[in-house]
Design a protein around this ligand. Structure first.
Ligand code: NAP
Length: 245
C-alpha cells in the first residue's frame, strides 16, 4: 500500500494549474481529495473527471481570504471523509508589479491570498491534526520566496512569509504535524494571466525559455506525502533544468 492511498487531502486553488494537477495525481494514486477554489465550473469538471476515472473527490467553493469559509471547508471535509490527513495550501496569485507603479490593490490582494489564505488554511486544520497526533501541512511558496527580482517585491515578500510561517509551524508542532514547503520555479499555468502592470508585460521576453509543468510540481507534492511517517520533507525546490535564477 502506497503512502498516498486513502489519505484525505484538502487542496486549495484546485481549479487550475498546480492545484488541479495535484488533485488528479493524488486521486490517481488513491487519495481522497477535497478540491477548493472560487470557480465552481472548473471544480465540478475536475471532480467529475476524477470520479469518472474511479477516484474519490468532492469540492467546495471557497475564497481563501474568507476565514470562516476556510474553516467550513475543513469541517465539511471531516464530515464527508472522516478526517483530514493533509492540506495543500496552494491557492495564490502573482500580479507582479513595479513598486513605483503603485498597484496598491494588487499588493493587498497578494498579501490577503498568499499569506493570510495560507494562515487560514493552517488554522482550519491544526487543532484537528494536533488532537489526532498526526497531520501534514504542505504550503506552496515559490523560488521567488528565495530570490528577489525587479517587480517581484510584494510577491516575493508573500512567498518569503510562507517559508517562515512553515518553518515556525514545523518547529512548534514537533512530532505531530509534518510540514513541507514546495517552491516551484517557473511553471506553465494561468498564474501570469493576472499581471496588469504594462511595464512588466513589456519586459517578459525570455522569461519562459525554461519551464516546468504543473504535473512536475504535483509529483513533488506526492513525493512529500508518500514518505513514511518518520520522514518529513521540509522543502522541495523544483526548477526547470536551465532556469538560471
Ligand atoms: N506558475 C508558477 O510559475 C509558480 C511558481 C511558483 C509558485 N507558484 C504558486 O503556485 C500556486 C498555484 O498557482 P498556479 O501556478 O497553479 O496558478 P493558477 O493556475 O493561476 O492557480 C491559482 C489557483 O489559486 C486559486 N485562487 C486564487 N485566488 C483565490 C482565492 N482568493 N481563494 C481561493 N482560491 C484562489 C485559483 O482558483 P480560482 O480563481 O478559481 O479561485 C487557482 O485555482 C500559487 O500559490 C503560486 O504562487 C506558481
Amino acid at each position: 500500500m502506497s503512502g498516498i492511498k486513502d489519505k484525505i487531502v484538502i487542496i486549495t486553488g484546485a481549479s487550475s494549474g498546480i492545484g488541479e494537477a495535484t488533485a488528479l495525481d493524488l486521486a490517481a494514486h488513491g487519495a481522497k481529495v477535497m478540491c477548493a477554489a472560487r470557480r465552481e465550473d472548473r471544480l465540478k469538471a475536475l471532480v467529475e473527471k476524477i470520479q469518472a476515472g474511479g477516484g474519490t473527490a468532492a469540492y467546495r467553493v471557497v475564497d481563501v481570504t474568507d476565514r470562516s469559509a476556510v474553516q467550513r471547508l475543513a469541517d465539511d471535509t471531516i464530515a464527508e471523509f472522516g478526517r483530514i490527513d493533509v492540506i495543500f495550501n496552494n491557492a495564490g496569485l502573482m500580479p507582479i508589479t513595479f513598486l513605483k507603479n503603485l498597484h496598491l490593490d494588487e499588493w493587498e490582494r497578494m498579501i490577503d491570498v498568499n499569506i493570510k489564505g495560507v494562515l487560514w488554511g493552517i488554522a482550519a486544520v491544526l487543532p484537528h491534526m494536533l488532537e489526532h497526533g498526526r497531520g501534514h501541512i504542505i504550503n506552496n511558496a515559490s523560488i521567488a520566496g528565495h530570490i528577489m527580482s525587479p517587480a517581484y517585491a510584494v510577491y516575493s515578500a508573500t512567498k518569503s512569509a510562507v517559508l517562515q510561517i512553515s518553518e515556525g509551524l514545523r518547529q512548534e508542532t514537533g512530532d505531530k504535524v509534518r510540514v513541507t514547503v514546495i517552491s516551484p520555479g517557473i511553471t506553465t499555468t494561468e498564474l501570469t494571466d493576472h499581471i496588469t502592470d504594462q511595464d512588466v508585460l513589456d519586459n517578459m521576453g525570455g522569461r519562459f525559455d525554461y519551464v516546468v509543468h504543473s504535473e512536475d510540481i504535483a509529483r513533488a507534492v506526492r513525493y512529500a506525502i508518500e514518505q513514511p511517517w518518520h520522514v518529513d520533507i521540509n522543502e522541495v525546490i523544483v526548477r526547470a533544468t536551465g532556469q538560471a535564477r
